[in-house]
Design a protein around this ligand. Structure first.
Ligand SMILES: Cc1cc2nc3c(=O)[nH]c(=O)nc-3n(C[C@H](O)[C@H](O)[C@H](O)COP(=O)(O)O)c2cc1C
Length: 310
């Protein structure tokens, strides 16, 4: 593994429970870190902004050296008015891992490095990967086709092999990874870590509606719709949630024509009513405590690794 030892040595499984808008909150992050995987959440999930500091305090109090480190996702974009404030709190509370998305920035990386933190930048292409490393990110999250949320379109094989031709630092792979065997496959392909989101929506600790959790359990890859209509950026969503919002998933308008309020009636919102998920959810068969799910992932991962021994 090319992971720094302070990260590698504290994991029971090479996995990051990825940050998910609305869904990832301290209960889930704590369960993930106690289970031995990196738990992550977007700082913007803590609202109002003062809540972010309270969450960091709680994580500091409830997680110890025996647990995996946690990560905060910062949206590095000019429309994120909280970036400066949230970055300053990451520095003050020495957040171990910061996952940046949408636009790598040197000064953000420098701020995290000032206290010894690690920055992983989220990318959907090799070109963005090169830019992120040139700007000082320590590692990358390669978001391949089939990922929940704002997904890429490249095959994970293509993306990982191109990045590995020039980059030997920390690399996580995202997109439809839902089993321990798939985490092992990501490592065989050349990634250091799997990066898994949607399966954790169907855990007891996830901040999601019960119907959303059940839709993850019932859904399969064919229930996932890839569209840029809802946020202006292409992402993967659950078809039944689009239908429940009164829309036809097979006749969605072009994003440029989008007026979501006019289209769907007042109050319908991307993420709140249109539910994101990746193509890997066919592996999920129950809503369960995150700890139980992680235990299963660990035994499945170990069995897969054993299978590959000569
Ligand atoms: C509902 C949902 C919300 C998400 N929100 C974010 C987010 O706020 N920030 C981010 O970096 N990634 C976000 N993602 C993407 C995940 O971090 C990750 O790339 C993805 O879930 C991995 O694919 P998988 O869902 O197939 O495991 C989101 C994904 C989902 C399903």
């Amino acid at each position: 593994m090319t992971l720094p030892s302070e990260l590698k040595d504290r994991l029971s499984l090479p996995l990051i429970g990825s940050p998910m808008f609305i869904i990832s909150q301290p209960d889930l992050v704590i369960a993930q870190c106690r289970g031995g995987i990196v738990g992550a959440f977007p700082s913007l999930n803590a609202r109002p902004s003062g809540q972010f500091e309270a969450w960091l305090q709680r994580l500091g109090e409830e997680l110890g050296d025996a647990d995996a480190p946690f990560a905060v996702n910062l949206i590095v974009h000019r429309t994120n008015k909280r970036l400066e404030e949230d970055l300053a709190l990451c520095v003050r509370y020495r957040v171990p891992v910061v996952i940046t998305s949408l636009g790598a920035q040197e000064r953000v990386n420098e701020a995290v490095h000032s206290y010894g933190g690690i920055v992983l930048h989220d990318v959907i292409s090799n070109a963005f990967a090169r830019k992120a490393i040139a700007k000082g990110a320590d590692g990358l999250v390669a978001v391949a086709a089939g990922a929940g949320g704002h997904a890429g379109t490249l095959s994970p094989f293509a993306l990982v092999q191109e990045i590995r031709q020039w980059f030997d630092g920390p690399l996580a792979l995202s997109g439809a990874i839902a089993t321990g065997r798939a985490i092992a496959a990501a490592r065989m392909m050349g990634a250091d870590l799997g990066y898994m989101g949607s399966p954790f929506i169907a855990t007891r600790e996830a901040n999601a509606d019960a119907a959303y959790k059940q839709m993850i359990v019932d859904g399969r890859a064919e229930d996932i719709v890839y569209s840029d209509v809802f946020t202006g950026v292409h992402g993967n969503y659950l078809r039944p949630s689009i239908v429940a919002a009164g829309l036809d998933p097979d006749a969605l308008p072009e994003a440029k024509d989008m007026d979501f309020a006019a289209l769907a009636g007042e109050g319908t919102k991307a993420w709140r009513d249109i539910w994101g998920a990746g193509q890997g959810i066919g592996a999920i068969d129950a809503v369960q405590p995150a700890a139980d799910f992680i235990t299963r992932l660990i035994s499945d991962y170990r069995a897969a690794v054993e299978d590959f021994r000569p």
